[in-house]
Design a protein around this ligand. Sequence first.
Ligand code: KG4
Length: 333
Amino acid sequence: MITLGIESSCDDTAAAVLDDDDTIRANVVSGQDTIHARFGGVVPELASRRHMEAITVVVDEALRRAALDLRDIDLIAATQGPGLIGSLLVGFSYAKALAFTTGRPFVGVDHMAGHLLSAFLEPVKPCFPYLALIVSGGTTALFRVDDFFTFTLLGRTRDDAAGEAFDKVARLLGIGYPGGPAISRYARQGDAERFVLPRAWLEEGSLDFSFSGLKTAVLNQYRQIGDHRDDRLLADLCASFEQAVVDVLVSKSLLAAKQLAVSSLVLGGGVSANTALRTILTDRCRAAGLQLYLPAVQHCTDNAAMIAFAGRKWLQQKGPGSWSDDVFSRSQL
Ligand code: KG4
């Protein structure tokens, strides 16, 4: 069974072709960073318009790279939600139309399920049950994954997602968009001990997250620095901020593993491109005897290969979607 996956939940238009044995024949992503950069965040109306311009080109390119024709596709899977409604509608409707005209089955996929299962795109697959830490621009959450369809939410952010905090802090420091890579670049040259920033551990044993207080603390420090601002101070502030975020993400993941007595952890979402997070998580998991699965960065960020994978599993176990299925903005998991 060859699956065409389509993803358009936020600001990436993506299409992928996946074989039955999980070989990725094509994985195309068209980003919109340059469009949203001057606004310091994703503008929903601009995002959906750009999806409309890109969708045909991206799907055609995926088929071309896979050296396939639409007639060779057995299943079409598309992200149904959560995400920006206008963005979701473009990929979801396009996928439905393709399925309708080719007479192929169609499946709507929960974007979070895609992230939670993205480790299966790697040569070494995780075993159930495992924990998954999903950290992106829209989500920061810990899940227990028992099989391809059973996901239990253990904790999530009560305010900003980790990626959102990176983006907002970068905007207030005026260092560029998207914020994650910009902060990381500065942080690499900085001293993470220079500024004392808060970690929101919340109630004892809580697996929830909170990053808005940290963001405000960075703003206060930045204001205090006032006219003495220079690249050295900026680098130290970025390093201290990054360290605070990573500390909480790593400690809560390890706490969850202990609470649930689960021995494997999978990382997903765009923030998993962060080198400090990858390095510290690797070290701490090794020390705690936890098996860590770090999918390649292109499988952690928004992509359609993970949607194709989750869609095929769904079809095989639960059957095709219905033409009346509609998109949804908030997570159903
Ligand atoms: O999963 P993703 O590609 O898409 C959405 O959530 O829409 O994640 C994007 C997020 C952005 O907030 C971006 O700033 C963050 O991931 N990000 C990073 C890094 N690269 C991307 N955050 C921290 N460090 C990075 N190196």
